[in-house]
Ligand binder design. Structure first.
Ligand SMILES: [Zn+2]
Length: 225
């Protein structure tokens, strides 16, 4: 039975007929099955909560691709015999709009998860597992396991503690004026901050204005007054 999927006559692969909302996780691991799919953030209500309201409707529903792979490893079981211990590997890649805590504008945060889980039968078993093995998480398996919920759980755990741009598109005025001295400020503000600079009067432009209104400037553009 476990070899039926390898028969050349069968048109379907190992990943056929997998409902990620109702996965027999023990069987999935035992027979080394693989599955993959796409889940949109609109299917993940707790992740959707993190998306700022001002993100347009046609952009907010970002997608995550996922791949799951079951396996077993021979391990010592509770009864003292060596048996196949089920494992699940889960990879998730995608992006979500979050609110930058520095400039408060929405930005697209990338998510790249690659996790390995030891699958146990009961909550009690999960609590027995030593916590210092941080490479491997423990999940309680089920014959109707909701893989999408696990994906959402993993994405929530991957949320940045302080969501923010790598480099904010507009630096707040208080940060710009934090640069000491006017000379230093002029050098720093060449490119990125030009839009912010344009909103307030530029002291150097004012100086130039004074110069052009001087005795020599009256011949050039002095027709307005
Ligand atoms: Zn920002």
């Amino acid at each position: 039975m476990t070899h039926s999927s390898q028969e050349p006559g069968k048109p379907v692969g190992k990943s056929a007929a997998v409902d990620p909302r109702q996965l027999d996780l023990f069987e999935f691991a035992r027979s080394g099955r693989q599955a993959a799919g796409v889940v949109r953030i609109s299917q993940l209500p707790r992740m959707l909560n993190e998306v700022p309201a001002e993100v347009p409707a046609d952009e907010r529903d970002t997608a995550f691709t996922w791949q799951a792979e079951g396996s077993t490893q021979p391990e010592l079981q509770d009864d003292g015999t060596e048996g196949p211990q089920p494992y699940l590997r889960l990879a998730i890649h995608g992006a979500a709009w979050l609110e930058c805590q520095r400039c408060l504008a929405p930005y697209e945060q990338a998510f790249n998860v690659d996790a390995i889980y030891r699958i146990v039968g009961t909550e009690a078993e999960a609590e027995e597992f030593p916590l210092d093995e941080d490479e491997v998480d423990v999940i309680v398996g089920s014959r109707q396991f909701d893989l999408i919920e696990l994906i959402e759980e993993e994405l929530l755990l991957s949320l940045p503690v302080v969501p923010k741009h790598d480099v904010c598109p507009q630096v707040h005025e208080s940060l710009v004026s934090g640069v000491s001295g006017e000379d230093a400020g002029e050098h720093e503000d060449a490119d990125e901050h030009s839009s912010a600079e344009a909103e307030k009067p530029n002291p150097f432009a004012a100086l130039q204005g004074l110069k052009s209104k001087g005795p020599d400037g009256s011949g050039g553009s002095g027709g307005q007054h």
